[in-house]
Design a protein around this ligand. Structure first.
Ligand SMILES: Nc1ncnc2c1ncn2[C@@H]1O[C@H](COP(=O)(O)OP(=O)(O)OP(=O)(O)O)[C@@H](O)[C@H]1O
Length: 357
């Protein structure tokens, strides 16, 4: 893959507080990378540094092998889709889309016929054909999102930066736009960096997912690797699908309160975090013995939460936050449990991840 964008050793502080600290990232041409991180982890700052709206205190940004730090934002050829879309409310859909072509500093397009043709192409790509004359104030939220994308894509950017592009949409529309975004990217073959605080969106969209934590990339991996093998307890926490127990490793087991969970592999002794993904846990009757290779703990049933294709059951476990058990209804039947009753929570011991600290 050809290297397109390279960030190396980027630092940026505001009033002495680091928003980005020694951040490095290499992006290949044609990649779709999700940037996942909690609020305040530096996601928007990173995009603003790439786009040229912010100057870093240290480090370099290279596009096509050349530093672009000294280049003003409008000359970088980078597209930016803003959080709230930032459309011009008094202009029509077509004028919003054409704005980028007419006003870009790199070879602005002045031929009206050419502008009309390219705007029509962009509207078609985004499924907006027929809405060009409509005022932006008269289109729906999902259509505004498409207009914002069309306005960015029409200028043929070298890379598209999307800052929480689906954050303003309701869940239904978000799902549809996720599929649309993927389709558009593969149709154009463009390079996209997509910032989100939503782990499911990050995993669904990115060919690679970069996890940003306190201004640094904590892990960058294909989504399956990240989901199965988070590299640290903090990354496991951001993924929001792991049960995490704090305790001590000693004598081949992880211990917390009165539970001792055997560890099949070697783990450093001392304080540790034990992580087991919610969909790896099964529920058995209170005294049922563990199967071969299984381990587990006892928990009292609290409640179940249905969310369409899956159901999450919550169990109260001594010395821990409620333990989540996730049943994907495509391959497990929903269960009914009695509130307050004790059940055996089981999982394959080999599926646990143990991190020091
Ligand atoms: N212009 C600014 N002035 C002062 N502090 C700032 C500025 N921009 C960002 N920060 C701080 O830098 C840190 C990173 O902010 P940033 O907006 O990049 O995070 P984020 O991950 O995009 O968060 P969110 O998901 O909430 O948008 C935060 O602590 C924020 O308060």
């Amino acid at each position: 893959m050809t290297l397109l964008l390279e960030l190396s050793g980027i630092a940026k502080s505001y009033g002495g507080a680091a928003a980005l600290a020694d951040l490095s990232l290499a992006v290949g041409a044609g990649e779709y990378i999700s940037i996942l991180g909690p609020s305040g982890s530096g996601k928007s700052t990173m995009l603003r540094v790439i786009a040229g709206f912010e100057t870093p205190d240290a480090g370099d940004v290279r596009l096509d092998g050349r530093s672009i730090l000294a280049m003003p934002a409008h000359e970088r050829g980078i597209g930016f889709v803003f959080q709230g879309f930032a459309l011009f409310p008094h202009m029509s859909v077509a004028d919003n889309v054409g704005f980028g072509l007419r006003n870009r500093s790199r070879s602005p397009v002045t031929d009206e016929a050419e502008i009309r043709r390219r705007v029509a192409e962009a509207l078609e790509l985004l499924g907006l054909t027929g809405l060009g004359a409509r005022a932006v104030s008269q289109v729906s939220g999902g259509q505004k999102q498409r207009v914002a994308l069309a306005r960015t894509l029409v200028a043929d950017p070298k890379i598209v930066l999307l800052d929480e592009p689906l954050g303003a949409l309701d869940a239904n529309l978000r799902e549809r736009m996720m599929i649309e975004l993927k389709r558009i990217q593969s149709q154009l073959g463009g390079t996209f960096l997509h910032v989100t605080g939503n782990e499911q969106e990050a995993l669904a969209m990115g060919g690679r997912v970069a996890v940003l934590d306190q201004g640094r990339i904590a892990q960058i991996s294909p989504p399956q690797t990240l989901y199965n093998q988070p590299g640290s307890v903090r990354v496991a926490r951001f993924l929001n699908c792991y049960n995490i127990f704090q305790g001590i490793v000693g004598d081949g087991a992880f211990r917390f309160t009165d539970a001792a969970l055997p560890l099949p592999g070697a783990a450093a002794t001392g304080a540790a975090a034990y992580c087991i993904r919610a969909d790896k846990v099964t529920v058995a009757e209170g005294e049922a013995p563990a199967g071969p290779g299984e381990t587990g703990i006892a928990g009292r049933f609290i409640a179940g939460e249905y969310s369409g294709a899956r159901v999450t059951y919550l169990f109260d476990v001594a010395g821990s936050r409620p333990v989540e058990v996730e049943y994907h209804l495509s391959h497990r039947r929903p269960r009914s449990f009695e509130a307050g009753r004790r059940y055996a929570l089981r999982w394959p011991a080999a599926d646990a991840l143990v991190f020091p600290g």
